[in-house]
Design a protein around this ligand. Sequence first.
Ligand code: CDP
Length: 207
Amino acid sequence: PPLIVTIDGVAASGKSSVSSGVARALGVPYLSSGLLYRAATLLGLEAGADLSEAAVLEALHTHPVRLEPLAQGNRVWQGERDLTADLHSTAVDHGVSVVAVLPGVREWVNAQLREVAPPFVAEGRDMGTAVFPQAPAKFYLTASPRVRAGRRAQERPEDVDAIEAALIRRDELDRVQSAPAPDAVVIDTGPLDLAGVIGAILERVVA
Ligand code: CDP
């Protein structure tokens, strides 16, 4: 069967950059499930509602959203509107874990991902467990909260302590859907640079 590689891991463990690099090396697309959770959150926030399941699903139904799995970075579209630049705001960072536990939202994300024909690299929390349990190559990225906060501080306006506190809170809220698959290779990215993590994955993927 066509190859599926899953790359799961905790918040800010480097999943997107690693997945993009692995996908480019293999010449396949990658799918960022987190961007779909972020888009659901953005629409919920824009609806001005309480981020209840009914409100978020209503927003997704009224304004359908689709993932464009570009190799250099996924984009998310709502009709002609490109949502991508708005998906990494502090407001979305803070709301997304609340939205991601809603069963209807998880079904919406998973259905979109399962429509894509492999081969691809799929990135998120539960790609190797709930969504693509049949994948032959599974990875799970970790790093200490401090290391992760230091990396994310390069991309966010807040200071590193606030970012670290928010990451620890998100780890806790995301814990249920973030368990590594029993057959995943766990990689501590702390001591590795981006090329090192990509290399560690590629040497284990038999394409
Ligand atoms: O890069 P980072 O981990 O900060 O974010 P992300 O991968 O874009 O995921 C954002 C949020 O979406 C996570 O904190 C989870 O709440 C949720 N998520 C999830 O529940 N399941 C996934 N497969 C992917 C993301």
